[in-house]
Structures are given as structure tokens and as C-alpha cells.
Design a protein around this ligand. Structure first.
Ligand SMILES: Nc1ncnc2c1ncn2[C@@H]1O[C@H](COP(=O)(O)OP(=O)(O)OP(=O)(O)O)[C@@H](O)[C@H]1O
Ligand SMILES: [Mg+2]
Length: 471
């Protein structure tokens, strides 16, 4: 191994990883190899540690800020691969490159299976090979960390809330995720049913598999089979290419049947068959396919009432509802409002390019006083409006009042003093509809149902009153 010829300034050394010297642990029982590698690395600015046995290596990995490990497979006490396996268990993100002078193909294969990021043949030919391996290992680690961070911030979102109701929910989820049984998630609009379904998936042994969602209320009647089971090319007009259905896509993972209470009867029969037999065919296909998808269903309806009313098949209900996970309404866990509101406000300010704002005590109290018929979604939307409309840095109760629908009514009432009976009724109608739309995430069907109106009637009213969605 040759040494660099020119002196280099410390800050530009590759070993200065993000401003700090990265520490490389060299594990080898041969003293001269420890010394050669350590010298080559320290000349590049890396800090080095050495270990001569597997035990010593594991101790140092556990106790020192090691960033990367170069690990010989032949050690006096433990097998290097066993050290690799344990290191990956205790510190999953730690990059480990395995070195060997006499590696069989099998050893190489196993090293990669156990999570090594590289395999170096000893004696290591050339400094460059060594340095490139170390650079790559650290870059991979950073990528993995960034990826995890991205998933955390843009993914389905973290389930917040430390109230007793949320603690019970988490405990139930922990148990349900570990088991394989089908789960029915029930709860009002906006209580986090989808979030719960994802948490179930992420907490299960299927977490590396796909998470697939099917909105049962939104599948056109003629496409039900194709959505569920896929189709072969030419199976029907418009089927220009073969397509996989949701059951196939979710193989090895989780399939969320969302809004399951709105599943049309024809679809109920088809889903029941797959759940009973685990088999299906693509539309126009001859081959019988099997699926290993864990089915999780969610609904805001009282499914047993739907069964009693003859709108939902009883046999399907019992297939789906092996474990029932109810999501609590926000008004039953108001102690979570401040935590949720703080987080949503920070996110909304960031998203809308606004300077960070915080909620004063009276603002928090005003938010807690509200009943949140649209639950967490309504709170999130209200806080988003706050972030856009209010001027920080500390928001008060009057800012909250202006962003809540109840407050708008009070203002209109004042402005409309002297208005005739007809106009006052219209005002009231407008406020009622706006509040209901807000509570149902602008979903007109849900809003109509909640208000006990025909959907077409609600549309007509909205047009007459000049209400657009998203107000
Ligand atoms: N405990 C929670 N912590 C943080 N965010 C939450 C929580 N519960 C819900 N949310 C957020 O509230 C919004 C609504 O959640 P979600 O879509 O899961 O509700 P839902 O029960 O499926 O509603 P719907 O019945 O209307 O489909 C989402 O933005 C979600 O991230
Ligand atoms: Mg939902």
C-alpha cells in the first residue's frame, strides 16, 4: 500500500465527514494489517480504532462512536460473520465491510446476506480500493439515514397523542400488528383510520411488503372485478394491456379496504370469495392465482347496523372483523389537542412558507373548547387556515375564533342586523352546510348523509347559496 505524496489540508480530507472525523474500526488479529490500514486511513483524516478479537470488536461497536467497520472473517475467538450479524442487530445502520484472504464464494454470499456493504480481498491491492470502500460505506449510511428521515416527514405521518385513549389504541395496535388476523378499523371521519391501517402494516412482519389501498366506495360497478383481480389484455373493450388487481399487488403485504361499509353488494360477494378461498383469476384469465395479502378494512359506518339493515353481508362482516380496532373521536381525547395543533401549525407554516408561529395559551384553550366533529382532519384544516390567515409570532384566541366556522356565524349575524327573515335563514343554511362540509373533508356524499339530505338536493342548495367546496 503506497502513501500519499502531497500534504493535504485537514478540512478537505475525505475522512472529515460533514465536518467531523469519521471513526473506522479495523478488526483483524494481525497487528501489521491493523497498522497499515490505520495509517492509510488516518492520512485521509479518518479517526481509527482497532480490535484483535470478535469480542473486543463488539465491545467497541457498543461503546464507541464507530461510523464504519472493516471486519476480517477469520478471528481467533468468534467467526467474523457472527460478529457481523450481531453488529447489525445492535446497530442496524452501521456499515460493515468484510475482508478475507481466503474467502469462498459461500462466505462472500453470506456476508452480503448478513448485510455487509462490501467485500475486500486481502491483501487489499491499492489504497484507492480501500478508500473507495470506506467512502461508499459512509455515503450509503447517510443515504439510508436521509431516506428514513424523508419517510418520517413525508410518509403517512406519525400517530400523535399521549392521552389514555391513544395509549389504549397503541397497545391494541401493537397486539394486532404482531398477529396475522384481519382487522376492522372503525371510527368517525378524520379520526385517523388510514393512519392506523398503515401503523398496523408498519408494525407487522409484512412491513417490507407493499401497502395497497382500495377505496371501496369509489370503484365504478363495471370495473369492480378488474380492480380487485386485474385483467388480461383484451379481456374487455379498453383492456389494451394486462393489469394486476389490488389483491395481486398487495401480495406479501397489506390490503386496506377503505370505506368498506360503502362496498356495493356485487363487490361484497367477490371479496368474500377471495377471503374464503384465497384464490382468484384475472378477468379473462385462465390461471388461478393465490394471494397472501393481509386484509384490513376501515369504515366510519356502524357495520353491524348495516348488516341488520341488509346492506352488508353478515358472512363478510365476520370474515373481516376478526379484531376490531376503534379509533377514538377527538372530543373524547381533548388533552391531545395542544400536541396535535402545535405539530400541525409548525408543519403548515413550513409548507406555506410562513415564519414559524406558536399558539398562545388562550389559543390552545379555544381549540380545546371546540368539539371537532370532523376530528383530527378538521383540526388540521383549521390550523392550516390559521397558518395562512393569522400573523404571528404568537397566536391568540381571537385568531382561533376567526378560523373556526362557529365564529364566522357570529360575524355574519352582526353584519346582517336588519336583514329579512329569508336572508337570515339563508345565512344559517350556509353556515350549517359549510360546517358540515368542513367536518366531512368536503365530501358531498358524506355531508349529505350527515345532514339527512339527498346528495342532489345538497348540491342544489350549495349552488343556490353560492357555496363552493374548499371554502
Ligand atoms: N393521532 C394522529 N396523529 C397525527 N395525525 C393524525 C392522527 N389521526 C389523524 N391524523 C391526521 O388526520 C387526517 C385524517 O386522518 P385519516 O385520513 O387517517 O382519517 P380517517 O379516519 O381515515 O378519515 P375518513 O373516515 O374521513 O377517511 C390525516 O391528515 C392524518 O394524518
Ligand atoms: Mg380514511
Amino acid at each position: 500500500m503506497s502513501l500519499p505524496t502531497e500534504p493535504v489540508s485537514m478540512e478537505n480530507l475525505p475522512g472529515y465527514h460533514r465536518g467531523v472525523a469519521a471513526t473506522v474500526l479495523i478488526v483483524d488479529d494481525e497487528r501489521n494489517i491493523q497498522v497499515t490500514l490505520a495509517r492509510a486511513l488516518s492520512l485521509e483524516g479518518y479517526a481509527t480504532e482497532t480490535a484483535g478479537t470478535g469480542r473486543e470488536a463488539l465491545e467497541k461497536i457498543a461503546s464507541l462512536p464507530v461510523d464504519l467497520v472493516l471486519l476480517d472473517v477469520k478471528l481467533p475467538d468468534l467467526d467474523g460473520l457472527a460478529v457481523l450479524e450481531r453488529a447489525r442487530q445492535t446497530r442496524p445502520g452501521l456499515p460493515v465491510a468484510v475482508m478475507s484472504g481466503h474467502g469462498s464464494i459461500e462466505t462472500v454470499r453470506q456476508a452480503f446476506v448478513l448485510g455487509a456493504f462490501d467485500y475486500l480481498e486481502k491483501p487489499i491491492e491499492g489504497r484507492e480500493r480501500l478508500l473507495a470502500a470506506v467512502r461508499n460505506g459512509l455515503a450509503l449510511r447517510d443515504l439510508a439515514a436521509e431516506n428514513a428521515e424523508l419517510k418520517r416527514t413525508t410518509g403517512p405521518g406519525e400517530m400523535l397523542g399521549g392521552s389514555p385513549a391513544m395509549q389504549r389504541l397503541r397497545e391494541l395496535l401493537r397486539r394486532a400488528a404482531a398477529a396475522e388476523g384481519r382487522v376492522l378499523i372503525t371510527g368517525e371521519n378524520g379520526t385517523g383510520k388510514e393512519l392506523v391501517a398503515r401503523a398496523l402494516h408498519d408494525g407487522s412482519r409484512r412491513r417490507a411488503g407493499p401497502f395497497v389501498k382500495l377505496n371501496c366506495a369509489a370503484v365504478p360497478a363495471e370495473l369492480i372485478e378488474s380492480e380487485l383481480f386485474g385483467h388480461e389484455r383484451g379481456a374487455f373493450t379498453g383492456a389494451v394491456a394486462a393489469r394486476r388487481g389490488k389483491f395481486e399487488l398487495a401480495d406479501g403485504g397489506t390490503l386496506l379496504l377503505d370505506e368498506v361499509g360503502d362496498m356495493p353488494p356485487a363487490m361484497q360477494a367477490k371479496v368474500l370469495r377471495v377471503l374464503q378461498e384465497g384464490e382468484f383469476e384475472r378477468v379473462g384469465g385462465q390461471t388461478t392465482l393465490r394471494t397472501d395479502a393481509r386484509v384490513v378494512a376501515a369504515t366510519n359506518k356502524d357495520l353491524l347496523a348495516e348488516v341488520a339493515a341488509g346492506r352488508f353481508r353478515e358472512d363478510l362482516y365476520y370474515r373481516l372483523a376478526v379484531v376490531i380496532v376503534p379509533t377514538p373521536a377527538l372530543r373524547d381525547r381533548k388533552e391531545d389537542v395542544p400536541e396535535l395543533a402545535d405539530r400541525f401549525l409548525a408543519e403548515a407554516c413550513e409548507r406555506n412558507g410562513r415564519r414559524p408561529m406558536t399558539l398562545g395559551r388562550d389559543a390552545q384553550a379555544a381549540l380545546q373548547a371546540h368539539d371537532w366533529p370532523g376530528n383530527v382532519r378538521e383540526l388540521r384544516n383549521a390550523v392550516e387556515r390559521l397558518a395562512i390567515l393569522a400573523d404571528g409570532p404568537v397566536l391568540g384566541a381571537e385568531d382561533v375564533a376567526a378560523a373556526l366556522p362557529g365564529a364566522r356565524r357570529a360575524r355574519t349575524d352582526r353584519a346582517r342586523e336588519g336583514a329579512g327573515f329569508h336572508e337570515l335563514v339563508e345565512d344559517a343554511e350556509r353556515e350549517i352546510i359549510l360546517a358540515a362540509l368542513l367536518a366531512h373533508a368536503d365530501n358531498v356524499s358524506d355531508t349529505a348523509r350527515a345532514l339527512g339530505l339527498e346528495r342532489s338536493h345538497l348540491y342544489k342548495k350549495m349552488r343556490a347559496l353560492g357555496i363552493k367546496r374548499g371554502e
